[in-house]
Design a protein. Structure first.
Length: 233
């Protein structure tokens, strides 16, 4: 298995109400970042009630109904890993070996964000201290628009997507080491007996733990060693 670098990607959220141009803005940002030789991953937040990536009655769905907590579907062109739970954004991001992660949605997550809006009331609904740009129909230059809103640039991303990415590079900190560069070495002992794990399992365990720790306030992000003890009483 190819070993991945252990660094936290730069993350931005593209947030907004329904039909406010989020996907279009996300597409433009991804394409421009790739043009600048960055690697990019994306996350799509889905708020549809009852939505499932899996199909009821499919073989993978039957695996999950039988009790599997993680199911992987593999085809010639795709691999999809499905967890039977909602994962937190920091945990999800910890699995990305990319320079950037663009999240479409994540309205309440504390990431630098672009707000997409149709009207000023749409902006007010999503605007917070993390907002560094306003895009979407409200910003389109073929209509009435302002240059800034509460000091934040209002940009027509269809025409000025490079300017949007320039702002992202300026406002979003660069990669923050989450562990020492190089490979993971993970050890688990139960009652003094070391549990055998292959390299894939070692990395899976390590990245899961590091992802959860990254969400904890005041937890050092650049440590070289993590020790966890669990005692059953």
């Amino acid at each position: 298995m190819t070993q991945r670098r252990v660094a936290r990607p730069r993350v931005i959220a593209v947030s907004g109400v329904h039909h406010s141009g989020k996907t279009t803005v996300a597409e433009l940002i991804v394409a421009e970042l790739v043009r600048r030789n960055y690697t990019v991953g994306t996350v799509k937040s889905i708020h549809r009630d009852g939505f499932s990536i899996d199909t009821p009655g499919s073989n993978t769905h039957r695996h999950r109904i039988a009790g599997a907590s993680m199911v992987t579907a593999v085809s010639d062109g795709e691999t999809a890993i499905m967890f039977a739970r909602r994962a937190g954004y920091d945990e999800i991001i910890s699995w990305y070996d990319t320079d950037w992660v663009i999240i479409e949605g994540a309205r309440s997550a504390p990431y630098p964000r672009i707000v997409c809006a149709r009207t000023e009331s749409d902006i007010e609904e999503r605007f917070d201290e993390h907002t560094f740009a306003i895009c979407g129909p409200y910003a389109n230059e073929d209509g009435d628009r302002v240059e800034t809103w509460r000091g934040v640039p209002v940009i027509d991303a269809r025409l000025h997507f490079r300017e949007v990415v320039d702002l992202a590079e300026k406002h979003v900190p660069g990669p923050t080491p989450m562990a020492a560069p190089g490979n993971f070495e993970t050890a688990i002992t139960v009652d003094g007996e070391r549990v055998a794990m292959n390299p894939f399992t070692q990395e899976f365990v390590a990245r899961t733990i590091v992802g959860m720790l990254s969400a904890l306030k005041d937890c050092p992000a650049g440590g070289h060693e993590v020790r966890i003890e669990i005692r059953r009483f």
